[in-house]
Design a protein. Structure first.
Ligand SMILES: CC(C)(COP(=O)(O)OP(=O)(O)OC[C@H]1O[C@@H](n2cnc3c(N)ncnc32)[C@H](O)[C@@H]1OP(=O)(O)O)[C@@H](O)C(=O)NCCC(=O)NCCS
Length: 173
């Protein structure tokens, strides 16, 4: 694992990142999602992270801004999606390393919380909690059990509310 490095993406990485997602997911919906997000104001270059092994990109994670609709509207909340590791390198802890690095970086940059719509067992062992515990819902058509959150700044989620994902996310959920 020591040979795995995690860093922010650069312009030269874009094709390799697409290959990671094409190899890990069925179809190219995630590649389309990343492409659209990159061109939006929700995109934060520092929070698009790649994992490298032997100078080859083997994993990618993206955190982008989403809106928390509640009495504290305006908090800086991030959504984790998508994330992928090439199948030949999976089960080596690369996904874990990407999530941990992304949370650390988001905290350093002053963001309040990260939400994720995905396998709860995977994310909740990495510090995420069920979003329903915080009365937090999301605009995606998913089961509430699949929605998790990690608060980075105490109190930033207020009394809960609705997380509004950009409409492009409905292509993958
Ligand atoms: C999910 C994914 C990113 C994990 O990457 P990884 O580098 O293999 O993850 P790690 O090695 O850090 O962790 C592996 C552990 O996570 C857990 N895990 C992996 N996939 C899981 C899943 N779908 N549901 C629940 N737990 C899962 C298992 O406990 C696994 O442990 P094991 O190796 O002992 O079997 C990778 O499998 C992937 O790209 N999958 C396809 C794309 C995808 O589903 N992305 C997530 C979208 S929410």
């Amino acid at each position: 694992m020591d040979q795995i490095t995690v860093r922010s993406e650069c312009a030269d990485d874009i094709k390799a990142i697409d290959v990671v997602h094409l190899s890990a997911f069925e179809g190219d919906d995630e590649v389309g999602l990343i492409d659209t997000l990159r061109q939006s104001s929700n995109y934060i270059p520092d929070l698009s992270l790649v994992a490298e092994f032997n100078r080859r990109i083997v994993g990618h994670i993206l955190l982008t801004r989403v809106r928390l609709q509640n009495e504290r509207d305006g908090e800086d909340i991030l959504a984790l999606a998508p994330m992928a590791v090439v199948p030949s390198q999976s089960h080596r802890g690369i996904g874990t390393k990407l999530v941990e690095h992304a949370i650390r970086k988001a905290t350093e940059l002053g963001y309040g919380a990260v939400v994720v719509a995905g396998h709860p067992d995977y994310y909740q062992r990495l510090g995420f909690k069920p979003a329903s515990d915080r009365d937090l819902h999301c605009s995606l058509p998913i089961s509430p059990d699949l929605f998790s959150v990690v608060e980075l700044k105490e109190g930033c989620l207020g009394k809960g509310g609705n997380i509004i994902y950009p409409s492009v996310f409905t292509k993958v959920y």
